[in-house]
Design a protein around this ligand. Sequence first.
Ligand code: NAD
Length: 270
Amino acid sequence: MSPECELLRRCIPTSKGRPPLRSLNVLVTGAGGGMCQGINLRLAEPGHTIICVDLDAERSEAAAGAVRSAGGKAYAFAVDVTEPDRIKRLHRDIHEKVGGVQAIVNAVGVLDRKMLLDLDVKSFARVLNINLTGPFAVIREFAQDLLDEDWGRIVNISSIAGTTGYPYPSYAASKAGLSNLTRSLLVDFWGTGITVNSVCPGVVDTQMVIQEVRDQVPDKVPTARIVTPEEIGALIAFLLTDEARSINGADLLIDGGATSVFRLFDPRQA
Ligand SMILES: NC(=O)c1ccc[n+]([C@@H]2O[C@H](COP(=O)([O-])OP(=O)(O)OC[C@H]3O[C@@H](n4cnc5c(N)ncnc54)[C@H](O)[C@@H]3O)[C@@H](O)[C@H]2O)c1
């Protein structure tokens, strides 16, 4: 083979030498929510077991049921992520049922549509407790398991609202905190096979998004379309692979380019 052909051969990607896809136990918080309807199914496709955790027992059961109906493996747990004792019990239950987790997807989150003067300290603290302290508590509880395996994946669903100014301070502060929590954990996992990333969606086709915002999408998002939960799921599915091992500490925007042209948005109408 000529040197040119040899060079070309090396540049063409082949499945040879690619690390095998692992089957993981993936703990998903907020698993009963709209976005997770796309995430759970997409993650179950390559054979991962989805551990659906949600405050609402009916929602977590429905989420696990949807995965099973599609031929996947799933378990349901009703857990409030703001209750550390309940998270400890979840840890024990998961060990009994499936032996542990190798990946955590923190999709839990609430949006309180209150601007500064309507927002009291208690409401602010409540949103931070669910959106930031909750994911932290889950990661804290399961971190040693990932360290013991010397491999793991943590994906926190943040938001473009955590990367820019946003009219609802509790939500924006919680998501900015979550993105920076993500980056801060890299030091703890230094030199291991554990990666930690944030996914920052823009406007996603879920109930969280009000009609006025949906109506603005064609004019204000460069792709002129709303992001689907399945697209978020596809991105996370890639992050869980071995091939994604060099993506670490990233804030991965999945917003159709909206943040790149952010001034087009009038944040007062978000
Ligand atoms: N929908 C969007 O356009 C959008 C955009 C950017 C980021 N996000 C983020 O994506 C994630 C999922 O959003 P979604 O649209 O699916 O929201 P959703 O409201 O449909 O789902 C959130 C889920 O979290 C659960 N939950 C709430 N508090 C909990 C607690 N204390 N413990 C356990 N579970 C709890 C709820 O029961 C619900 O099932 C959230 O973190 C959200 O902030 C959403």
